[in-house]
Ligand binder design. Structure first.
Ligand SMILES: Nc1ccn([C@@H]2O[C@H](COP(=O)(O)OP(=O)(O)OP(=O)(O)O)[C@@H](O)[C@H]2O)c(=O)n1
Ligand SMILES: C[C@](O)(CO)[C@H](O)COP(=O)(O)O
Length: 205
């Protein structure tokens, strides 16, 4: 998945530097893995750096940020668990940041109705209006200074970087996400990922 995720990011013309944040004890293994798999279509990529991660997701992002060259002013934070994000989605996020948005997330409308619940009892506490909800994906794009400030300010655990920017009171914009940017988390997701890859290989022939 990591190799596919790196390839997906590298395919975007705007992406010039990739920092892979690896499990601290696995950084050498990750480097070797990437070295043994060429990233085709590395349009504008100049470097792929691997750095050891931290104790938490946020700490790992902070370490990745610290490894970026000084001249990078737009940062994408991507999950290796979303290996099939199409290049158009990546480029859409970059364009929106370059157009002036401090933080940008790709998102899709929901097919399911969502309930909030009391986890201990399962009691439903509300039904948010579905039309107002979006399931957000990665890469999430940021003005670098904004992301750095968010990481220097917010200490509570969050599940995405954009919510840290929300906590700063700055606007976060949603741009169209893509079904193929789904997170490969459950066994069925792997089946779907194989099917998407098989279809893409078929189209390449
Ligand atoms: N020290 C850590 C811990 C986590 N992560 C990142 O945070 C994500 C979430 O980690 P975790 O909460 O452990 O959940 P997942 O492994 O993603 O599982 P789930 O999909 O159930 O959330 C990981 O995938 C990884 O990208 C990290 O970079 N550094
Ligand atoms: C960032 C994210 O992909 C947005 O949907 C998601 O929150 C990541 O969750 P994870 O548990 O860190 O994989």
């Amino acid at each position: 998945m990591l190799v596919h995720a790196v390839r997906a990011m590298a395919a975007a013309e705007a992406v010039q530097v990739i920092v892979v944040v690896a499990p601290p004890e696995g950084a050498a293994e990750v480097r070797a893995l990437l070295d043994s798999h060429e990233a085709p279509g590395t349009a504008g990529v100049t470097t792929v750096t691997v750095v050891p991660g931290g104790e938490s997701r946020q700490e790992s992002v902070r370490l990745g940020l610290a490894a970026l060259p000084d001249d990078v002013d737009v940062v994408l934070v991507h999950d290796a668990a979303r290996p099939l994000v199409p290049v158009g989605t990546v480029e859409g996020v970059v364009e929106a940041v370059r157009a002036g948005a401090p933080a940008v997330v790709p998102g899709l409308p929901l097919a399911d109705t969502v309930k909030s619940v009391e986890p201990a009892t399962g009691a439903v506490t509300g039904t948010p209006q579905r039309a107002l909800l979006r399931a957000v994906q990665t890469p999430q794009g940021f003005d670098r200074a904004v992301l750095a400030k968010a990481h220097a300010t917010v200490t509570e655990d969050v599940t995405d970087d954009a919510s840290m920017v929300e906590q700063l009171g700055l606007p976060v914009r949603v741009v169209p996400g893509h079904e193929e940017a789904f997170k490969v988390t459950r066994p069925l997701d792997l089946v779907l990922a194989e099917a998407v890859l098989a279809r893409r290989r078929g189209h390449d022939r």
